[in-house]
Design a protein around this ligand. Structure first.
Ligand SMILES: C[S@@+](CC[C@H](N)C(=O)[O-])C[C@H]1O[C@@H](n2cnc3c(N)ncnc32)[C@H](O)[C@@H]1O
Length: 274
């Protein structure tokens, strides 16, 4: 940390900056989403759960507090897994296995898990179908897959898309709610439940105070002053950019399950009266 230069910070994307700041990365909706998942999926302490793209382990740790089931969390980023490991030890989480793995090629047998959680990870995938097929493959026929995709509610300007794509180093093509409805409209996949949310608009002073709080962390104190100043500016710019982006976005908690192969088509379908 103490040898980092302003130039190194300037060259980093947002994911690399998370590695430096150790900012908590959450599933959209945070703790409430994890609570909703636990309540909706009927899991118990014997259940086997796979979480995809754990980042700093928020979902796994929150889930284990609600139900101490058997959790396996994967990510392709070794630095994130290292941070998750530290946090899990601090929170005395048992029954959590962490593994470096790619969602496109999961190292598990077919039908290994009762619940597969894929938060806002599919949005980042260039081959979403392959990644989701892997989630379906490793999920038991009687199990659930929960996806929490984000999407635009308001059409974004190209400039915003370009800046966010650069920040997270993923080529974003803007998706809307209807795109995800279409994506999950797959033969032999049942959509059990969908709950929709919209992100709040966060005021400037809240963003500023969040940034100051994060950069005041003890492990950053040993950083060179000029490097810390560069980090402050870059991190602050990213946070305002994400605020502008998320204020145009929402997300859905979508509960899915592989259909039983033997059942007849449901003829008399229904809709909730709202
Ligand atoms: C936006 S964060 C996810 C935050 C939160 N855990 C959630 O579920 O929404 C995306 C995470 O997915 C990981 N990721 C990206 N590509 C992946 C892949 N091919 N396989 C597994 N994890 C991947 C990233 O390293 C990052 O930690």
């Amino acid at each position: 940390m103490k040898d980092l230069t302003p130039k190194q910070i300037k060259d980093m994307d947002y994911n690399e900056l998370i590695g430096i700041t150790k900012e908590t990365n959450r599933i959209p909706g945070g703790r409430k989403t994890v609570f909703e998942i636990v309540n909706r999926t009927c899991i118990d302490r014997h259940s086997k759960v796979l979480e995809i793209g754990t980042s700093t382990g928020f979902t796994a740790i929150e889930l284990s507090k609600l139900i101490p089931c058997y959790i396996t969390s994967i990510d392709i980023n070794e630095i994130s897994l290292k941070e998750t490991r530290k946090r899990a030890i601090k929170e005395k989480v048992e029954n959590l296995k962490l593994l470096k793995a790619d969602v496109n090629k999961l190292p598990f047998d077919d039908e290994s898990f009762d619940l597969v959680i894929i938060g806002n990870v599919l949005s980042l995938m260039s081959n979403k179908e392959q990644a989701f097929n892997e989630c379906r493959r490793v999920c038991k026929k009687s199990g659930f897959i929960v996806a929490v995709p984000m999407y635009y509610i308001v059409k974004p300007f190209n400039k915003l898309i370009k800046e966010v794509s650069e920040a997270i180093q993923v080529n974003i093509s803007p998706l809307f709610e209807k795109d995800w409805d279409k994506f999950f409209d797959i033969p032999n996949l049942e959509v059990y439940y969908t709950k929709k949310f919209k992100f709040d608009y966060i005021m400037d002073k809240e963003v500023k105070s969040f940034v100051e709080n994060i950069l005041d962390r003890a492990h950053l104190k040993e950083m060179r002053k000029d490097t810390l100043n560069t980090l402050y500016k870059k991190y602050k710019d990213y946070m305002y950019l994400f605020r502008d982006n998320l204020s145009k976005m929402g997300f859905s908690i979508i509960l899915l399950s592989n259909k039983m192969v033997w059942e007849d088509k449901e003829l008399y379908t229904s809709k909730e009266i709202k």
